[in-house]
Ligand binder design. Structure first.
Ligand code: ZN
Length: 157
């Protein structure tokens, strides 16, 4: 299966049947993401045990790419520790922003490799990366929870 087929199939599937959709209540941390260029909005709620992300859900409204990307992300990061999540965030970022030759996405991305298809649509990269930025904000917010901070909010603008 080539990357374009993978992209189309995975994005369609996850947009139609988003995984981990909804809201965790109670949760340990949350963050809102907003991509004004496209109108994508999402809210992540997370549960953590020590360093491990034990559960994550997302809700919101956005285009097919933002919804599918968030759905894929929740599947990929659930159960992982923060170091593994940071590594995935870096790989996804590299994959989304790689230019030039048809660089194959790293195998450890698994299904997230489908996001490489977004490279053909540069205007949509922010749709795909919104959930990852929001995840970073939620984790940072959690790390700082003893300080007096308001709810975490990120914007790609
Ligand atoms: Zn979008």
């Amino acid at each position: 299966m080539d990357l374009k087929d993978l992209y189309r199939d995975v994005i369609l599937d996850h947009n139609k049947q988003p995984r981990n959709f909804g809201r965790l209540d109670p949760c340990d941390t949350s963050a809102d993401g907003n991509n004004p260029l496209c109108g994508d909005r999402l809210t992540l709620t997370l549960r953590l045990e020590g360093d491990r992300l034990t559960d994550i859900r997302f809700e919101g409204k956005g285009c097919a790419i933002s919804t599918a990307s968030a759905s894929l992300m929740t599947e990929a990061v659930k159960g992982k520790d923060q170091a593994a999540i940071t590594r995935l965030r870096e790989l996804v970022h590299q994959t989304l922003t790689a230019h030039g030759e048809a660089t194959l996405p790293p195998a450890e991305l698994g299904k997230l490799a489908a996001l490489a298809g977004v490279r053909d649509y540069p205007a949509r990269v922010k749709c795909a990366s919104l959930c990852w930025h929001t995840l970073g904000a939620a984790l940072e917010h959690h790390a700082q929870r003893h300080a007096d901070h308001g709810p975490a909010t990120v914007s790609t603008e």
